[in-house]
Every structure is written in C-alpha cells, then in structure tokens.
Design a protein. Structure first.
Length: 306
C-alpha cells in the first residue's frame, strides 16, 4: 500500500492509493411486513477513498442489497456516495430494480383502514445528485429522479381501480431539480452528533420524458446528539409537498422510515408533515436497541396541514 506524506501549508496529511483502501462488510437481511410476508436477503457495504484523497476526507461508499419475499417480490438496490477534492464535490444516489407490493387505503387523512388493499408494480429506479461545496459543510447542485412503473396490478373492483388518481395505468416519473444540503454529521451510517438538513425542489415534465406534470419540494432536517458514553438521541422533522397531477405512487405518506409504527402508506396525500424522535442505546457487544416515537399528518395542500 503506497503512502506519501505531503505538506499543505503548515498541515501535514497522508495520501493513499485508494485501490488498496477498500473496507467491505456484509450482513444478512430478514424482515416481515403484512404486505410482503417474510423477506430475506443480504446487504453489502464497501467504503473507500478515491485516489489522492486524504484521511480527513469522508470515505466514499457503495451499498448493494438484494431481498426476496415469500410473496415472490424482488428488490435490488445500490445506494452510493462519492466524495472528491477534500469533500468539495459530492455525488450521491441510488440504482435499483423492484417488483413489489404496496398498500393503498385511498388518498387523504380521512381514508379508512377497512379499505386496505394492495397493488403490485415493477419498476427500475435511478436517483443521482451532483453537489458542490459552496460554504463549509454547505452543498448545492442538480439532481435527477427516474422511476418507470409498469405491469401495475390492482385489485378488481377495489378503491384504486375505481379512483381517478393519476398513474393508475402505469407511467414514468422523470424529475429534474435542485438540492441543497448542510451536513455536520460525524459519521454517514451511524452518526452520534451533528445535523443534516436537506432541501429539494423538483419539476416533472414531458420535456424530461415524464408521463406527468407536477412540482414537489421537500425539507428534511435531522439532529443527532450523544448522551452519556454510547447513547444517542436523534430527531427528524420532515415537510414535503407536491402540486396537483402527482401520480399516486409518488405522493407523500405516513408509514415510511420517518414514521415507523404506522402501517405502510396508511395515509398519503400531496403534503406530509411529520416528526420522529429516537433514543439509541447499546445492549451487549455489537447489539443495540432503540426506543422511538413519531407523529405526522397529510393533506391535499400545505395550507390544510394541521
């Protein structure tokens, strides 16, 4: 492994050949949800530093996850983060392919639990954002989202088939937008302190190859604070809103990772406002636990959130 000490003003730092700087971890994955039944698979994470990057630079990473469920669902996803030029440039995103079931209860905060049904859809996914550091820890740049939904299967005579929501006959989501990020976290995967604030503004148009025309924006803020030696308190405040014409599979919803403990997509609409709190603590060795709570609401537009 090649190493070279160089001076940068009065500061000395080490540069390594990143091709020999890989760290790879692999984990089994097992889960159960009402719509998927049992699922199993694996997740691999590779971290490294690009060539000529210092050890002060946050490591780049590539993940690869594969899951299969007892209802013949398939998930393949590969999130990635690359850091270059002492973190002045940041490339992040995800590539994936999904054949999956999702819940549908209707649209709006007044949807009824007894109306629950599922729909099946297949789609490739691409997410990519190229960001440049403009100020210390503050990044801004362009982003793109792509989902090509096809082979959509809904329940006969169900509420989704009877509804007039955009997208129930398949369609392509192709969104171009801008992203701004302020990130002071001490670690990408397991932060113990710092904040992460991300703002997004996207436009979907036939000019970009989309089947739909709408605009959406998001504000995702997260806070991490270490308490004691190994305990961490985390908080997440999220606001997202989109205009009329948003396909139902791109609506905001409660029951995501932000609002755990709620049936997936139990409430969905054009706007979401949610808050989650979590207390993380060690148990023994590599095992840890978490206590969490969340609350949120959805509405047809921002002015109706309460």
């Amino acid at each position: 492994m090649k190493a070279q000490n160089q001076s940068k003003g009065s500061k000395r730092f080490t540069v390594r050949d990143s091709t020999k700087n890989w760290k790879i971890s692999a984990f089994p994955v097992a889960f159960y949800t009402p719509e998927t039944a049992f699922g199993f698979g694996g997740l691999g994470i590779g971290t490294f530093r690009l060539k000529d990057e210092t050890f002060d630079t946050r490591p780049s990473s590539i993940q690869l996850g594969i899951s299969y469920t007892t209802k013949n669902q398939f998930l393949l996803y590969a999130p990635f983060d690359f850091y270059k030029d002492d973190e002045k440039w940041r490339l992040e995103g995800e590539l994936g392919f999904y054949n999956y079931f999702y819940n549908f209860f209707g649209v709006g905060i007044d949807s009824k639990e007894e109306d629950e049904e599922t729909y099946e859809v297949t789609f490739p996914r691409a997410r990519v954002a190229l960001l440049r550091e403009l100020f210390p820890r503050f990044f801004a740049g362009l982003a793109y989202e792509f989902d090509a939904f096809y082979n959509l299967k809904v329940e006969e005579s169900g509420i989704l088939e009877a509804s007039d929501v955009p997208g129930k006959r398949d369609g392509t989501v192709s969104n171009l937008g801008v992203v701004a990020v302020y990130d002071t976290r001490d670690h990408i995967f397991f932060p113990t302190k710092g904040v992460y604030i991300q703002g997004k503004l996207f436009s979907s148009s036939k000019i970009f190859g989309s089947s739909f025309g709408y605009v959406k924006y998001e504000l995702d803020s997260r806070y991490y604070q270490k308490v004691g030696k190994k305990q961490v308190v985390a908080a997440n405040l999220f606001l997202g809103s989109s205009t009329e014409g948003t396909p139902f599979y791109d609506l905001y919803y409660l029951g995501s990772k932000r609002t755990r403990g709620i049936n997936n997509r139990r409430f969905q609409d054009n706007t979401e406002l949610s808050l989650a709190l979590e207390y993380r603590f060690p148990i023994a060795g590599r095992f840890g636990g978490a206590v969490f709570g969340s609350t949120g609401t959805v509405a047809s537009d921002l002015g109706k959130n309460s």
